[in-house]
Design a protein around this ligand. Structure first.
Ligand code: PEP
Ligand code: MG
Length: 325
């Protein structure tokens, strides 16, 4: 089995009816990059930058961050590296950034909200990322964007730092894509507006599902309500893909759903462009995509979207796509 998948590594991921997909890795350390390459990643769909801030007394400065990002970007050559700016708060805490005690941390001061409120954290990170862009093919995305204003504000800070760096004599890549994580239901509802401003969306299904069902993603008591295969989720994802494609933008997914074999046939048939996941799942998912035809899956998507429950969706996919077993 492993050997059969191994042969896929050097080929592109193409469905049986000839549509190209990118299957990328989620990474959080440099060691993960080595695994990603060995496991057949076609890029990095999510670089979690939190690792740089862990186990230290003080914030990493621009120079330290630059050295780290350059290493990641250069290691992937001309393959995509999608770096996410610092995503703390919620369940992720850092000693050196004092956060308020909150009754509902997942609904509170987290991710880009912290970045915009504390530009002394966001700006050096963006400068370091921008400087690393000339060593490969970097894209930058902001986590937990809720409104158009937030995206514009974050983007304006990025553009300001880019101008400053250029005036200071640094080389910055010309083609850096700037996108956002799509993790909040209100954003999915408004996707056609956001799509005008972003270069891409990366759907964070872990948070999107949590917020859609009002269910804490880490709470076992209510885990039965955490349903990423629910038709409500499929409808939202389809909406986002259609809105993005109408503006000529691409859509990835970097939550756990992107490597769920039951979800993958539906996602590919809906036109998701990039699937990003833990490296260990990559060849399995690439092999599955290779075997399936997006055209033949259309009636299944139609039925899944119109199903009543997640259990029905699972049953439909298992019946229609024996390859997922
Ligand atoms: C997500 O929310 O799906 C995601 C990829 O981000 P994280 O799991 O780090 O919140
Ligand atoms: Mg998230």
């Amino acid at each position: 089995e492993q050997q059969k998948w191994g042969a896929l590594k050097d080929k592109q991921t193409v469905s049986a009816d000839g549509r190209r997909f990118e299957v990328a890795a989620n990474v959080g350390t440099f060691a993960d990059i080595i695994d990603a390459q060995e496991d057949g990643a076609e890029g990095i769909g999510l670089l979690r930058t939190e690792f740089l801030y862990m186990n230290r007394e003080e914030l990493p400065d621009e120079e330290q961050q630059f050295t780290a990002y350059k290493r990641f970007v250069a290691a992937m050559n001309q393959q995509h590296v999608v770096a996410r700016t610092l995503d703390i708060g919620g369940d992720k805490k850092l000693g050196m950034v004092k956060l308020p005690r909150e009754a509902n941390p997942y609904l509170g001061f987290r991710a880009i909200r912290i970045g915009l409120a504390r530009p002394e954290i966001l700006r050096p990170q963006l400068r370091a990322l921008l400087r690393s862009s000339v060593y490969g093919r970097l894209a930058i995305m902001f986590p937990m964007i809720a409104t158009i204003e937030e995206f514009k504000q974050a983007r304006a800070i990025l553009d300001e730092e880019k101008d400053k760096l250029e005036k200071e004599g640094y080389q910055i890549a010309k083609n850096i894509e700037v996108g956002m994580m799509l993790e909040i239901p209100a954003v999915a509802v408004m996707a056609e507006h956001f799509a005008k401003y972003v270069d891409f969306f990366s759907i964070g299904s872990n948070d999107l599902v949590q917020y859609m069902f009002a269910v804490d993603r880490g709470n076992q008591e209510v885990a039965y309500l955490y349903q990423e295969l629910h038709p409500a989720v499929l409808r939202m994802v389809r909406r986002v893909i259609e809105a993005a494609h109408a503006e000529g933008k691409w859509v990835g997914m970097c939550g756990e759903m992107a490597s769920n074999p039951i979800a993958v046939p539906l996602l590919m048939a809906m036109g998701l462009d990039e699937f990003s996941m833990n490296s260990s799942q990559i060849l399995r998912i690439r092999s599955l995509i290779n075997q399936l035809s997006t055209r033949k899956l259309q009636p299944l998507v139609h039925r899944a979207i119109n199903a009543e429950t997640a259990a029905n969706v699972r049953k439909l996919v298992e019946e229609y796509v024996p390859e997922v077993k």
